[in-house]
Design a protein around this ligand. Structure first.
Ligand SMILES: [Ca+2]
Length: 103
């Protein structure tokens, strides 16, 4: 499998704008536990592992923020990439939002 094409990236961006869940965006994906603080999502051509690293109210807005380490693998290929991300809410009532961390 190759890295996401620009068309696939647009689909991902559209799913994020529509606030779709993983299950809505990837209905055939399966999820299983990896250790005490992680999950593995396996879909058509990909595996993503999400590991919980830390949580707390980093920006002092009164809403908990969660730090994850994400690992993405292509099925049957050598493509892989890794990054950290923060899951947070913009206010106490909104859905969780993924915020990528640069670097
Ligand atoms: Ca916060």
């Amino acid at each position: 499998m190759n890295p996401p094409s620009s068309h696939e990236k647009e689909d991902i961006d559209e799913a994020q704008r529509a606030s779709q869940s993983w299950k809505e965006a990837y209905p055939d994906a399966t999820v299983d536990a990896v250790g005490p603080h992680g999950i593995r999502i396996t879909g058509d051509g990909f595996t993503t592992v999400i590991d919980l690293l830390a949580w707390g109210n980093v920006d002092h807005d009164g809403i908990e923020d969660v730090l994850f380490f994400l690992s993405h693998y292509a099925t049957g290929g050598t493509f892989r990439f890794y990054h950290h991300a923060v899951l947070t809410r913009l206010d106490g009532e909104s859905r969780w939002t993924m915020v990528d961390i640069e670097g």
